[in-house]
Design a protein around this ligand. Sequence first.
Ligand SMILES: Nc1ncnc2c1ncn2[C@@H]1O[C@H](COP(=O)(O)OP(=O)(O)OP(=O)(O)O)[C@@H](O)[C@H]1O
Ligand SMILES: [Mg+2]
Length: 262
Amino acid sequence: MALLDIKGIDVSYGKSLTVKNCSIALDPAKICSVVGESGSGKTTVIRAVLGLLPGGGSVTAGDIVYENRSLLKLSKGEWRSLRGRDISMIFQDSGAMMNQTRLIGKSFVEYIRTHESISKQDAWKKGAEMLGRMRLPDPDRIMNSYPFQLSGGMRQRVGIAMGMTYQPRLLLADEPTSALDVTTQAQIVRQMMELRDEYGTSIIIVTHDIGVAAYMADHVVVMKDGRIEDQGERGYILNDSTNAYTRKLIKAVPSLGGKRYV
Ligand SMILES: Nc1ncnc2c1ncn2[C@@H]1O[C@H](COP(=O)(O)OP(=O)(O)OP(=O)(O)O)[C@@H](O)[C@H]1O
Ligand SMILES: [Mg+2]
């Protein structure tokens, strides 16, 4: 049975209908990539899943079912216990989301203490341990750094570490590697795949890089103008789909057709 079932949702910002009749089903421990050009509605779909549409945005049709529960009907309190624990999100630049004037360790401790009642010392230890698991060298030094003192790749790994603290069953990642150089991007992508293998986390990763999608995804969703243009197993999308838009996206990546994508 699907862990997450997005069932024919429409999403509107005010009067304009932005996402139309979008359906995606995600099984446990699977990775789904959502690709498509800028403005096609990728971010809107994953924000809708997390119940974090910006002001004026709402799901106006369909349903989003997570483990047999409609996410559209959750109360604020129910969201609080689900978000960060069962369902987590990482962004394009986690560093920018952090408070720049606060030590990483302080932000991490605060994050942990909104989700469980433990002492500051224990939260600090837990945070440092998570950084170590993300193979960040010298976790204590990182805990004692400000975001601006770290590289983009390190900040992103800190963001992933935070998102993975409670081993969520579902991780939503919006262009988590777009701001990074190719080598760092490849490391982060591999790390996310390891998280799936280790914890059985299901991942939806939004990327404009169909190469990343081809490398890591089990299932690929192609969006265009707020609609799902095409979707299927990776092999089908890469090799067999005859959809003209899908073929155009794949043709635009010269390295596809080779064996390694990242
Ligand atoms: N807060 C908002 N208010 C009104 N319209 C919005 C808002 N956020 C997004 N939109 C509109 O919704 C459409 C889809 O935007 P969205 O951010 O989901 O696209 P995207 O596929 O994530 O694009 P990108 O690749 O550039 O991140 C766009 O036309 C955008 O202008
Ligand atoms: Mg986006």
